[in-house]
Design a protein around this ligand. Structure first.
Ligand SMILES: [Fe+2]
Length: 268
């Protein structure tokens, strides 16, 4: 059973005191709704560190957010900036980066984010690779389902690793009900729509942070003249390179034979 620690005031739950002497609301996955919605408050919004894929959902809203856990990888998205400035990312090693609205990052070093509004999703005990990109494009590069498209913003370094995606909904989309084999955490970066689960319908709006729980049935719908873009974190993947299958290996040939098929020369 996984425990979800919610930021005070986020959603209904059971109040309890924890070691920090702050009052948090504690929910157990068995009681949770399929779809959870969070405001873009600063700090820890949800803690899935007991999940099969340990993850924490953080958000920032102008004031500095320090992400200090060593051994974690942080997947971030800048929904907006404040004070007319760019969001500032200060790495533990001293490097500083400025990101515009709509940009994203992946860091395997502790960092401090300031002057930005957005989310940072922490995958514990995972060593991703540092990268930054964006802004997110208007349409996805890949065809998804029911007229939607998506782009793989931060791909798995190796097959099985987490990834960050953008998902794009044109107008008048009515998705097929579907279930994710692992949690989905994300943010509506543009536009809006409705999330439909067997229990309820939730209006989605720009800046809304959301979580969809493992195996939770859901679908999204957009109306006439309504489009939506969401940025979505997956804690795992079934796609990506591995030692048996990657471009450097596959596209190296010796006398016309791909190196992947020559065990004698392959790195042990
Ligand atoms: Fe979905």
């Amino acid at each position: 059973m996984s425990i979800l620690l919610l930021h005070p005031g986020s959603t209904p739950g059971i109040s309890t005191n924890v070691a920090t002497m702050q009052t948090f609301k504690v929910c157990y996955n068995v009681d949770m709704k399929s779809f959870s919605s969070f405001g873009l408050d600063s700090g820890l919004l949800a803690d899935y560190s007991h999940d099969q894929f340990p993850t924490r959902l953080h958000a920032f809203h102008g004031e500095p957010l320090e992400l200090s856990e060593r051994g974690s990888t942080f997947y971030g998205f800048i929904f907006d900036t404040v004070h007319g400035a760019r969001a500032k990312i200060e790495m533990a090693g001293g490097r500083v980066f400025a990101l515009d609205k709509g940009m994203y990052f992946c860091s395997n070093e502790p960092l401090i984010i300031s002057d930005g509004i957005g989310i940072a999703i922490e995958r514990l005990m995972h060593n991703g690779m540092f990268m930054m990109g964006g802004p997110v494009e208007k349409n996805g590069r890949l065809k998804y389902i029911d007229g939607c498209t998506d782009s793989l913003l931060i791909p798995p370094v190796r097959k099985g690793d987490p990834c960050l995606n953008s998902l794009h909904f044109p107008e008048n989309i009515d998705q097929t009900m579907h279930t994710p084999p692992s949690m989905r955490l994300g943010l509506v970066s543009d536009g809006g729509g409705i999330c439909i689960t067997p229990d309820e319908e939730t209006v989605m709006y720009p800046g809304q942070v959301f979580g969809i729980h493992t195996m939770a049935p859901h679908k999204f719908r957009t109306g006439s003249g309504q489009t939506m873009t969401v940025v979505a974190y997956h804690p795992d993947s079934d796609f990506g390179p591995g030692d048996e299958d990657h471009p450097m290996l596959n596209r190296t040939s010796v006398d016309g034979v791909a190196a992947r098929d020559i065990p004698l020369i392959r790195t042990k």
